[in-house]
Design a protein around this ligand. Structure first.
Ligand SMILES: *Cc1c(COP(=O)(O)O)cnc(C)c1O
Ligand code: SF4
Length: 451
């Protein structure tokens, strides 16, 4: 679109070229030393756009955009960090590596281990690179989209970005599998391309995966979604990159083929919606006929106030986007640093929700993407003399659970579904027994295929 010589060019900063960071000297030397250590534990890559246009360097280290992208020493348990610092200072490199590994193992690298169980089977073979957990929606992880323009310090996919998991373990590079699977699974109406960030891929590669869906219209597919944080981390993806026009054309083609197209945009803070670059990018996407739906987890130190969320939702509406989900952060990585208890999340959500018009209230949350499904922390009540937390499935392994409420004993310090006990002295939640049977069946299927 813009052919001037001042066209912004993507440039990531990592540990290797951190000394070239323009505001390098703004970070006090002792803090910089600790950030470099923390970046050996947590994923670190930050785009020049985030550095130049989003971070408020007068407010570091508390600035939310800085907390979002720069690993901080406080994110690592204190005694572990002290050990790492002393090994590094005394040059004991092999010991330092072992300390990093120990810290990784202490950060719950594979929460729930359910990813494996959701891998679908086609003609007796496991389709790694796809997940099919909810009837109507398949997730597709293209192999070349398993990275991001910047990394979030809180990302639950951190094991893949720090090299603990092979990026390809859950990724697919065969564009024929998805259409074949859709043909056999007529219950699937939605495909969600996810990652990492599938929109880091070159337009040509993205097209390789999309083209078969346009040519063959397999099964009952009616919606295509791209999960992405490009609008927040590199909005020039849609306006200035060499293949930006090709991406936009591909969006137009998807819509011309009769699909609904949604960009599932990850926005963590209203500042990400404040630049001319993001405004232009969103307008360009909307002009193709695509929708933009917005979601993010609630994160301590990044977006843990009602004001941030209500401004975000209002700004999204003003830019033609649709508020979609507020998530509870999973229990992995630096969870202790980022976690917000369910009751506090509920309070923040409610305060934010009360302050906006009905157009913003398409948002749902706070929601936990747990093993049995997406569970809302939906209210508090006193029933029969007992204070209870009201939970509700908005998505579930068994469609019969969707829109069902259930009750947990009052627990203001709970962070996740696993921390909760059924209310009224009951032994289990209504779905527990069936969920266990489903898991056993999935495990048996998995073993049968692997054998
Ligand atoms: C959230 C999610 C989806 C999409 O669910 P929608 O409610 O349709 O947005 C699909 N698969 C998995 C595993 C998910 O967590
Ligand atoms: S953009 Fe998404 S996948 Fe990438 S680091 Fe952030 S949360 Fe993780």
């Amino acid at each position: 679109m813009n052919t001037s010589s001042t066209r912004p060019r993507y440039r990531p900063y990592t540990l290797k070229n951190l000394h070239e960071l323009p505001p390098y000297d703004v970070i006090p030397p002792h803090r910089m030393r600790d950030i470099k250590l923390a970046a050996r534990v947590l994923p670190f890559r930050v785009s020049n756009y985030v550095v130049d246009e989003l971070i408020d360097w007068d407010r570091i280290p508390d600035d939310p955009m800085f907390q979002l992208t720069f690993p901080q020493p406080e994110m690592i348990p204190e005694s572990d960090f002290r050990r790492l610092r002393s090994c590094a200072a005394s040059g004991h490199e092999s010991v330092a590596k072992a300390v990093v590994q120990k810290i990784h193992m202490g950060m719950n690298p594979h929460p729930a281990g359910q990813m494996d169980l959701n891998v679908p089977v086609l003609d007796g073979e496991l389709l790694s690179g796809m997940q099919h957990k909810y009837e109507e929606t398949v997730l597709f992880f293209p192999a070349q989209g398993q990275t991001c323009h910047s990394y979030c310090t809180y990302c639950f996919r951190w094991p893949q970005f720090v090299g603990l998991d092979s990026a390809f373990r859950f990724a697919c590079n065969d564009e024929t599998l998805l259409p074949r699977y859709l043909k056999e699974h007529r219950e699937v109406t939605d495909v969600l391309f996810t990652g990492g960030d599938p929109l880091v891929m070159h337009a040509r590669l993205l097209e390789k995966y999309i083209r078969p869906l346009l040519d063959k219209k397999p099964g009952n597919l009616s919606s295509i979604r791209f999960g992405t944080k490009s609008l927040a981390y590199w909005p020039y993806r849609f306006t200035e990159d060499k293949d930006a026009d090709d991406i936009i054309r591909l969006f137009e083609e998807i819509i011309k083929a009769g699909y609904h197209l949604t960009v599932m945009a990850h926005f963590s803070h209203d500042r990400e919606l404040s630049t001319p670059a993001v405004e232009t990018a969103m307008a360009r996407i909307r002009a193709t006929g695509a929708q933009i739906r917005c979601q993010a987890p609630l994160i301590r130190h990044v977006n843990d106030t009602a004001e941030v969320w209500s401004s975000m939702w209002k700004r999204q509406i003003a830019l033609g986007a649709i508020p979609y989900y507020m998530f509870i952060e999973r229990d992995t990585g630096p969870a202790g640093y980022f976690n917000v208890p369910l009751m506090e999340a509920y309070r923040i959500f409610t305060e934010a929700y009360r302050g906006v018009s009905g157009l913003c209230r398409t948002v749902r949350g706070p929601s936990m993407s747990a093993g049995p499904g997406k569970v809302l922390m939906d209210g508090v009540a006193d029933i029969g003399g007992e204070r209870v937390m009201i939970l509700k499935f908005i998505q579930a392994r068994n469609p019969a659970w969707v829109n069902q409420v259930f009750f947990a004993a009052w627990n203001p310090s709970a962070h996740w579904l696993d921390d909760l006990q059924p209310a009224f002295g009951e032994k289990s939640f209504f779905y527990d027994a069936e969920y266990r049977r489903m898991q056993d069946a999935l495990r048996r299927r998995r073993e049968g295929v692997a054998a």
